[in-house]
Design a protein around this ligand. Structure first.
Ligand SMILES: Cc1cc2nc3c(=O)[nH]c(=O)nc-3n(C[C@H](O)[C@H](O)[C@H](O)COP(=O)(O)OP(=O)(O)OC[C@H]3O[C@@H](n4cnc5c(N)ncnc54)[C@H](O)[C@@H]3O)c2cc1C
Length: 327
């Protein structure tokens, strides 16, 4: 493991200035929230930053604050806090449930929401240091290799799946991400934050090397909304999803007025299903309609040799999630 310098900036401007300075000096920096992903990668020599910018002491980013435009969640809020916060549990249930499914209680207590969104892929080839696209190489080893956990949507040239549990929930809630960088701050919808490998193969989101995700903004909670996050794992606990569904339904007098459905762990980004949502809006969600929605959810899937099982799994999980949410 290469040695590095640890720095503890106190505010977001200091972080951005530090990143700029490190880059100007021709060095590399990594941001650390809880460090539950980053420090493992450093120990395994998968990344070798000269400087680790420890965000833990940043002012004002540890809070969940309701305000007139919705709710502001500081990037350093832990997953444990997010999963148990009364407002998030009652009004943004999908997010509390997603945060509550991440890893172990220990990791949820140190892991931050920004770190969860920005974690690197957990593809076994990437994590074992194969010279794949994500490490600057020229191929994705999963294409002809062990691809049981890889993408069935949006793949190519890399077939990683996006590992975050909170990201599909945030996309389903139409969250917006506040990013601090050298030119000030910008706010982007969650749906524009993640990038497919065909647009940018070496990274998973739009953040530049001198930018930091500082806050997540949730829109105001609406009446008659129910939401949930359902996660399938290959063992009972403490691991990433093989598949997940984040669903938000607004149902008034038995009729679906608005729907947001986002899949996790099936694509290199959280996978939004607008064509399925259109089938639901204006309808009563019956078992038949939920079945049609499940089939439509997978109609555009393109499995690799060993991950075809994700198709019936996704179809069934979308159907069951809709039936249980619609009551
Ligand atoms: C055994 C194990 C099981 C896990 N299971 C799950 C799981 O089930 N679901 C799941 O979603 N994750 C899982 N994880 C991954 C990870 O630990 C968690 O997602 C955790 O929330 C990451 O948060 P952190 O603050 O510790 O991130 P860090 O390790 O601090 O950072 C993660 C990445 O994000 C970057 N980053 C951190 N903060 C920011 C920021 N503010 N702006 C920009 N970039 C930033 C870092 O540079 C790094 O690349 C697991 C990890 C382990 C070790």
């Amino acid at each position: 493991m290469k040695s590095f310098t640890n720095v503890n900036p106190e505010n977001r401007q200091e972080v951005v200035s530090l990143l700029k300075k490190v880059i100007e000096e021709g060095k590399t920096a990594s941001l650390a929230g809880g460090g539950s992903d980053l420090l493992g990668m450093i120990k395994d020599d998968l990344v070798a930053p000269d400087v680790v910018v420890n965000l833990k002491d940043l002012e004002g980013l540890q809070k969940i604050e309701p305000h007139s435009q919705g709710v502001r969640i500081g990037g350093l809020v832990t997953l444990q806090e997010l999963s148990q916060h009364p407002l998030i549990l009652s009004q943004y249930t999908v997010l509390a449930e997603a945060a509550g499914t991440v890893a172990t209680p220990q990791i949820r207590n140190v892991g931050t929401v920004a770190g969860n969104i920005c974690q690197r892929p957990w593809c076994w080839y990437f994590r074992q240091g194969f010279p794949c696209f994500k490490h600057g190489g020229d191929r994705c080893y999963s294409v002809v290799g062990q691809n049981q956990l890889h993408a069935i949507f949006g793949g190519g040239p890399s077939f990683i799946v996006h590992p975050s549990d909170t990201a599909p929930a945030l996309m389903a809630l139409e969250a917006r991400f506040r990013i601090a960088g050298p030119d000030g701050e910008r706010v982007v919808p969650a749906s524009e934050f993640f990038v497919l490998p065909r647009e940018e193969v070496s990274r998973e989101n739009i953040l530049g090397p001198d930018e930091v995700l500082v806050e997540i903004e949730l829109p105001p909670a609406r009446q008659n909304v129910k939401s949930t996050y359902v996660k399938i794992m290959d063992r009972e606990a403490w691991t990433h999803a093989v598949l997940s569904v984040a669903a938000v339904l607004e149902i008034d007098q038995g009729v679906c007025r608005k729907a947001r459905i986002v899949l996790g762990a099936v694509a290199p980004i959280p996978w939004h299903l607008p064509h399925v949502e259109r089938m639901l809006v204006g309808q009563r969600i019956t078992a038949d309609l939920a079945g049609d929605a499940g089939r439509a959810a997978v109609s555009r899937a393109q499995p690799l040799a060993k991950n075809g099982y994700k198709i019936p799994l996704t179809e069934a999980l979308v159907r069951r999630t809709l039936i249980s949410l619609a009551g």
